[in-house]
Design a protein around this ligand. Structure first.
Ligand code: ADP
Ligand code: MG
Length: 731
């Protein structure tokens, strides 16, 4: 038999009967695909998996020992039920088989094996119906049947047994057997990683690492293999990202300098005139960001930069000033926003900030998916003819019928709402335009390195002066009903002094069942989520709000209706705006002073932080009240309390990462599914990622074309081709 390589198709190695389900379940086609399906964890034959707390409804794989077996006739149906109990030494789990008495011959008390199935509950005890299992060979006998000596028995008990991400059709041991066939057939594996990096980093040879992660003799084997393969993963990823960034930097693009005509007065350019009319000073960070961006726009290579800064830190202003620089030489800019509400608001505030003269000259237009046809046609025409220098819009900007005369600069607001493909699709409408991505969700450095590794990052930490700050309180409705009642009274006080209030709900109407509770559980704990419709009705009934206009807003409403309500709130006619998270990003009404979030436990940390950023934006201090019925000590409650405890978005981003760190529990976590990252967890392996990036950067500095590491060059080319990097950034 000829030796297999990593590229060999699976059916030739493991047989079509196994290859097909592997492809169906995990999209595996080659030996490499299979060998990169790493064990989720390792058990030992001598060590039983705790059976307590197995998650009902989940597909699980456990190592256990048969306790006893009994047969009984079914009362209602014709037939026999075989019930075998397995144990971890304390708890038990019942395996049930219908009309399969023959199994009592192999499921003998005392035998151990791996059992897999879906956990269900029957009369208070946990069971697996018709589970798959594989019994280990007898403890005292070698496979051939001879007696084992003491040392061999010990080895039998202690050898790690890999447990793979599995499905009901493909139990862990079937995958294990396929992996063993592949490893046996595999010839020498070429190692893409240069020897000097391997030596310096103490990384195992590639082929050896693959062998040991799947067929360890000792725990140290798989630990070492995992470490090595994790380094490779981090390194290859960073290398690909850095390579992409370097290549993007080599593209040529039209320079858009600050002043164009030689000797032109800086004060006569659009930016000069804008700055002269600006009613406030730029903050230090805005100035620095502005200088960096201005310099890059003037280069003959495209800028790829991420601008991150707290809500209200003045990012949009920085972006607008860059657009004005581009406009000086006739270039067009496009600002892509994730929602219609946000696009409309950007459009309004940009038009306003420009003032009548500049607005007439630069002719900003708004483009969204739901515009009247005539208006849309006019907008498209002005983009194509170049009379419009600033376009603001939603995804509609990306659609095929949109063409630009000279698109020089694109700004993507709330970058994490978009994928890299969308950014690239918009870029293709120009000749390598400059890119500024913006985000108000603070990103821990290691996440930024991975998710936005092809962008340079600028951070605005300073807020414009005069901000009054925001106080945040948790309102635990169950434990402190008085505080909950006080929420509405306090709100009435602010309304009476002319302020405005947001109330955010996780649902639109009472019909929406909490998606986190399924089936029966939802029926039992039926408490509809706080929702916009009911909240509007409830608040309108409250005597303390008599005379206050209260309106609801959600993403499903017609856009002119949404617009009407947003305008009513912006202009102060509407006192209380009850909304879903459509108002999460960017919405700016400085007169609003209170943000109430109902069922705050339904939102993530960064969402809550974003929401609270809607208040305290003007001269009035902000108040954020996070209402919840979650239990003290629950993770949901911890999230809320973290948000109440600090207003530092960067600190919160770290807490968020911490709380999201999933424990590797049995159950769902075990049943596969493909993810782009395999052994690497951004939350956990921050240091490794940073380090791998340094190693990758050093290699690219020495050898930008990777001439000395052709294996790596090929790997990167493949990653680019498969678009593997494109989905990392999308959250
Ligand atoms: P972001 O996009 O970062 O959320 P914006 O650019 O929308 O922030 O700015 C929020 C508000 O602060 C806007 O009303 C803007 O006009 C104002 N602003 C921006 N920069 C300054 C500054 N340097 N001084 C005072 N106000 C500012
Ligand atoms: Mg903004």
């Amino acid at each position: 038999m000829t030796q297999a390589s990593l590229d060999t198709r699976l059916d030739g190695v493991v047989g079509a009967r196994t290859a097909k389900p592997l492809e169906r379940a995990f999209e595996m086609r080659t030996v490499a695909d299979l060998l990169h399906h790493f064990p989720r964890r390792y058990s030992r034959r001598g060590e039983l998996t705790p059976l307590r707390g197995l998650p009902i409804g989940d597909q699980i794989t456990v190592v256990a020992q048969v306790l006893d077996v009994r047969e009984r006739r079914m009362q209602r149906r014709n037939g026999n039920l075989l019930e075998a109990r397995i144990t971890d030494g304390t708890g038990t789990l019942t395996l049930t088989f219908f009309n399969q008495q023959w199994r009592s011959r192999e499921l003998v008390a005392g035998r151990r094996g791996i059992f897999a199935g879906k956990v269900s509950e029957y009369r208070g005890s946990l069971q697996l119906q018709h589970p798959e299992y594989e019994l280990f060979e007898n403890r005292d006998e070698a496979p051939g049947g001879e007696q084992l000596d003491e040392a061999a028995a010990k080895a039998w008990a202690e050898t790690p047994v890999p447990i793979y991400p599995a499905t009901a059709q493909l139990p862990s041991w079937t995958i294990q057997r396929a992996v063993e066939l592949a490893l046996d057939a595999l010839g020498p594996v070429p190692d893409p990683l240069p020897g000097e990096i391997r030596d310096a980093e103490g990384v195992m040879a590639y082929g050896r690492a693959l062998e040991l992660i799947h067929r360890p003799q000792h725990d140290a084997d798989w630990r070492g293999a995992q470490q090595s393969l994790r380094f490779r993963e981090a390194f290859e990823l960073q290398l690909a990202l850095l390579d992409r960034r370097r290549r993007a930097g080599l593209e040529s693009s039209t320079p858009r300098p600050l002043t164009t005509a030689a000797g032109a007065e800086p004060g006569s350019t659009p930016l000069g005139r804008f700055d002269a009319a600006l009613p406030f000073e730029l903050t230090g960070d805005q100035r620095l960001a502005g200088e960096t961006i201005s310099h890059e726009l003037a280069q003959p290579h495209p800028m790829h930069r991420l601008l991150q800064g707290e809500v209200g830190s003045g990012k949009t202003l920085v972006a607008l000033r860059a657009m004005l620089q581009v406009a000086a030489s006739g270039g067009q800019s496009a600002l892509l926003a994730p929602t219609e509400v946000l696009a409309a608001q950007h459009f309004r505030s940009i038009t306003e900030a420009l003032g009548p003269d500049l607005a007439a000259e630069l002719n900003p237009v708004l483009l969204t998916g739901r515009m009247p046809a005539a208006e849309r046609k006019r907008a498209l025409l002005s983009l194509a003819s170049g009379t419009c220098r600033i376009a603001v819009g939603t995804h509609a900007l990306i659609s095929d019928n949109v063409t630009f005369y000279d698109l020089g600069f694109i700004v993507v607001d709330e970058q994490h709402r978009f994928g890299v493909e969308q950014r690239e699709a918009l870029r293709r409408k120009g000749a390598s335009p400059h890119v500024l991505a913006m985000t108000a969700t603070p990103i821990p450095r290691t996440v930024a390195l991975t998710a936005f590794g092809d962008l340079e990052v600028t951070t605005i930490r300073e807020l414009p002066p005069g901000r009054q700050g925001i106080e945040t309180f948790t309102v635990p409705e169950l434990e402190m009903p008085n505080r909950a009642a006080r929420v509405w009274a306090r709100t009435a006080e602010d309304l009476a002094s002319g302020r405005q209030v947001y109330v955010v709900c996780p649902a639109i109407s009472a019909g929406e069942v909490d998606p986190e509770l399924d089936g029966e559980e939802a029926g039992e704990r039926a408490r509809p989520l706080a929702n916009v419709e009911d909240t509007v009705a409830e608040l309108r009934r409250r005597p303390e709000y008599a005379g206050v206009q209260i309106e609801g807003l959600d993403g499903g409403m017609a856009s002119d209706e949404k617009d009407r309500i947003m305008r009513g709130f912006a202009e102060g006619r509407i006192g209380i705006l009850v909304a879903t998270t459509v108002i999460e990003v960017g919405v700016n009404v400085p007169n609003a002073s209170i943000m109430i979030v109902r069922d705050a436990d339904r939102f993530g940390i960064s969402q809550l932080h974003q929401l609270r950023g809607r208040v305290g934006r003007g001269e009035h201090p902000g108040l954020c009240l996070l209402m919840t019925t979650s239990e003290q000590g629950s993770v949901a409650r911890e999230r809320i309390e973290a948000v109440a405890a600090t207003s530092d978005g960067f600190a919160l981003a770290e807490v968020d990462l911490e709380l999201r760190r999933e424990g590797d529990i049995l159950g769902t976590a075990q049943s596969g599914g493909r993810s782009t990252l395999k052994l690497l967890r951004v939350a956990e392996h921050g240091e490794l990622i940073s380090h791998a990036r340094d190693v990758a950067a050093a290699l690219l500095d020495r050898d930008p074309e990777l001439a000395t590491a052709p294996g790596l060059a090929e790997l990167i080319a493949r990653e680019h081709e498969a678009g593997l990097l494109d989905n990392l950034a999308k959250s």
